[in-house]
Design a binder for this molecule. Sequence first.
Ligand code: BV8
Length: 264
Amino acid sequence: MLFSETLITHLAEAEEIVVLTGAGVSAESGVPTFRDEGGLWEKFSPQELANVEAFLDNPELVQGWYAHRRRVVEETEPNPAHRALAALEAQKQHRDGAFLLVTQNVDDLHRQAGSEHVVELHGNITRSYCIDCERPASAGELQTNGEDEVATCPGCGGLLRPDVVWFGEPLPDGAMEEANRAAARADVLLSVGTSAVVYPAAGLPLTAAARGAYVAEVNVEPSAIAGEVDEVVLGKAGEVLPALVEAVREQARGEERVEQNAGS
Ligand code: BV8
């Protein structure tokens, strides 16, 4: 068994569940992760690309990198991991539980898979805006004719940038507060597909653990916080999560049958 009966029971009985996801949950959709073999950071370091200074220093390089990543994301679909998390949310809502999906990913795939209660800690690559007047930019306005052209705002001429959180930038207003409030109340927190090296996001499982939640991580290898969680489930998110959600559904059905028999 990939995961313990304890985890299944905790999830089946949980009143409040928080899930934190990272790039590993989208890996099986074909979206490259950051730190794995062939990952995004392998070619470029975060310092070169995902920060304001790098952008102002070389806007055509950074705009080109995000244009490439948007094209990759546009061609990808949610995978069974995304769909399992949407199913778990539906299951818990059906039983009046609270469920919050907190993602570090900017690829929009959780929303496309049907997840409703999603906090995007690091923004969303499908949105862009002008760095001067903050006017949202359309896909057409992001197009440039050649390599050395930069995409600029038709309103004020300012540079257009992706609506993602770069290193050194604050997270969206209220995002981490909402995530921390949910983690502090959670009975269970699942950390899925994250190396847990970027803060403040990586602190979320630790917040939940400190407040008594059962914390499990799902990853193909132990993350930086593996030593601080209750359970490390080694496996691909696209394989582990569907099996886990089915086991939780089975257990919840079993409990419902027992309650019905007791009531009859
Ligand atoms: C802030 C958006 C303050 C852009 C991203 C020293 C210590 C602690 C913190 C810091 C420090 N120095 C600086 C900081 C702060 C810094 C930080 O954490 N730096 C790190 C590098 C040390 N953080 C910040 O700057 C944050 N802002 O602190 O602001 C502030 C406050 C007020 C005013 C001003 C400032 C902002 C950080 C956000 C950066 N933006 N993304 C973009 O995408 O282009 S980060 C980006 O990298 C992701 O969003 C994610 O957060 C991170 C990557 O992590 P993962 O998602 O985990 O991906 P990774 O590839 O690393 O791992 C994939 C995992 O999946 C692996 O474990 C792998 O084994 C697993 N996997 C692979 N396949 C599968 C799988 N698992 C399951 N199934 C599979 N199939």
